[in-house]
Design a protein around this ligand. Structure first.
Ligand SMILES: [Zn+2]
Length: 180
């Protein structure tokens, strides 16, 4: 999660369920994110960063724990990150509304609350960073921690945790350190 909108309903997020395989849907969605980052004259401007994330997504989609839904995957998209996890034979997707998802087959829009409730206790493999961290973010005691990698300390307003309880910045998923 990147934006500070958890108190505002009807935020910049969008939610879907899809019965296609996570292998197909994750690659289709990442292609939309890549294709929408064109320069002003419409040329595709895939960066090294885009290609790096593409290769990480492909690698993640070979992991049994991703395919069987033990964990999900998360990649960056414009306001909100995109979270996809397999549950009950479908992909549950929390993402950002600010991309044109209309051309992807089989995405069924869902009430945001239903998807959030379904995935709120799940952990996701981050394509930015390599950690497996919570969907949920927390703010308690955040003033005691800092992200040494993010340039703007004011960006640190919430954190994710990994399965051992370590804290990660909500922006780029760097591990936080306790302030001295
Ligand atoms: Zn950070």
């Amino acid at each position: 999660m990147k934006t500070r909108n958890s108190l505002i309903s009807n935020s910049s997020s969008a939610s879907f369920i899809c019965t296609r395989s996570i292998k197909e849907i994750a690659l289709d969605m990442w292609k939309v994110v890549m294709d929408e980052s064109r320069d002003y004259d419409g040329k595709k401007t895939y960066s090294r960063g885009h290609n790096l994330i593409l290769s990480k997504i492909k690698k993640a989609l070979k992991k049994p724990e991703v395919l069987n839904g033990t964990i999900g995957i998360c990649f960056p998209s414009c306001n909100e990150d995109t979270y996809i996890i397999v549950k009950d034979g479908a992909c549950w997707i929390a993402t950002c509304w600010n991309h044109d998802w209309n051309n992807i087959d089989g995405l069924c829009p869902q009430n945001e609350g239903i998807v959030e409730n379904k995935i709120e206790n799940d952990f996701f493999l981050m394509m930015e960073g390599n950690s497996v961290i919570s969907y949920k973010t927390y703010t308690d005691n955040i003033e005691d921690f800092e992200c040494k990698k993010c340039k703007h300390p004011e960006d640190l307003w919430a954190y994710h945790i990994d399965r051992d309880g370590n804290k990660y910045c909500s922006w780029k998923h760097h591990k936080l350190t306790k302030k001295k």
